[in-house]
Write a new protein. Structure first.
Length: 326
């Protein structure tokens, strides 16, 4: 989700590879990533009224994983929508209507749901408001949220050390916003040694303390679930591109790359684009840099009022495509 800049984004989607709670529990027992506050709930332990409500509201949901909510009291603001939730409540991740969803249940009642959406699905009014109010910011994530009263677009953006979290109405009106700033720091020697071995030609290197999102918005299967303020984010330049990398418990786990060089797309993918998308202009390139052996490239292209997002394997095999008239 970026503001018309070339972004190469790591996509870590472990939840999509899990088909049931048992598989999830097995993974937790083997992976240190999930040591902190794991609360995956076996389906049979979820109260029947909640399960019935879920099945009626989302009858064709797949990849369903239930969690018992574990509040982080230190981060909850009194007026937050989840302030009344406690460890007797539940939330659930699932796939529905061609999107990844999360739904929350408080005192046995559905109170809210959120789905992750592509940048090309942001309404024109919202995008105009973003471009007007936050020039130079890069969109990192967009979620469509709705409860019993309203529907909102939650847009996360970054610019320098500023991180904005803005909720828009479908017509582009700001409903609420929050700004946080990254704090510069000096990295530990062990991190510097690992960083220098991975990115030996990096320049303009700046280290920051990691700023975690609210716990209610992060799933145990998300890459940043176990990260906290003791972890690190580092930004730097390499080969003319802007990079970010993250270290969790002293170990590298993820990188993102921003570049204006669309020529870095592998030749097989470029050949497919030239053949099947003649006349389109590439505006964004995203790839999974974590999995070096099997990267997935996401290419955003425009032609007139049409905008397409197409995912490729490195050999040019098309995985998924989505087009929309703006």
């Amino acid at each position: 989700m970026k503001l018309f800049s070339i972004l190469l984004l790591v996509v870590f989607a472990a939840a999509s590879n899990l088909s049931n709670a048992k598989a999830t529990n097995d993974m937790y027992s083997e992976n240190d990533l999930f040591r902190k506050s794991i609360s995956c709930a076996n389906f049979d332990t979820v109260p029947v009224p909640i399960r019935t409500s879920f099945e009626q509201k989302y009858p064709k949901a797949s990849k369903v994983i239930w969690y018992r909510y574990t509040p982080d009291k230190t981060m909850i603001e009194p007026d937050a929508w989840y302030a009344t939730m406690d460890n007797n409540d539940y939330y659930v991740s699932f796939y529905w209507d061609d999107a990844d969803y999360i739904a929350w249940y408080d005192n046995g009642q559905w109170i809210r749901a959120s789905k992750h959406i592509d940048n090309i699905d942001v309404p024109a009014d919202v995008m105009r408001a973003i471009n007007t109010e936050y020039p130079g910011y890069r969109i990192t994530d967009v979620d469509l949220e709705y409860d019993k009263k309203q529907t909102l677009y939650e847009v996360k953006m970054v610019k320098g050390d500023s991180r904005m979290n803005v909720h828009y109405s479908p017509t582009g009106v700001v409903v609420r916003k929050k700004e946080r700033h990254l704090n510069k720091t000096d990295a530990q020697n062990e991190l510097m040694s690992d960083f220098n071995s991975r990115f030996p030609n990096a320049t303009e290197v700046t280290w920051y303390h990691y700023t975690p999102d609210e716990r209610v918005e992060v799933l145990p299967t998300d890459w940043d679930y176990s990260m906290d303020a003791t972890d690190y984010e580092v930004r730097f330049k390499l080969d003319g591109s802007d990079y970010s990398a993250w270290y969790n418990d002293g170990k590298w786990i993820r990188s993102e790359v921003t570049t204006s060089n669309a020529g870095r797309i592998p030749v097989p993918i470029n050949n497919v684009i030239k053949s099947q998308y003649s006349g389109y202009t590439i505006s964004e390139v995203l790839w999974d840099q974590t999995n070096i052996d099997a990267p997935v490239y996401q290419v955003v292209m425009t032609k007139g009022s049409e905008r397409c997002k197409v995912s490729f394997k490195q050999d040019g095999t098309m995985i998924k495509k989505k087009c929309k008239t703006m």
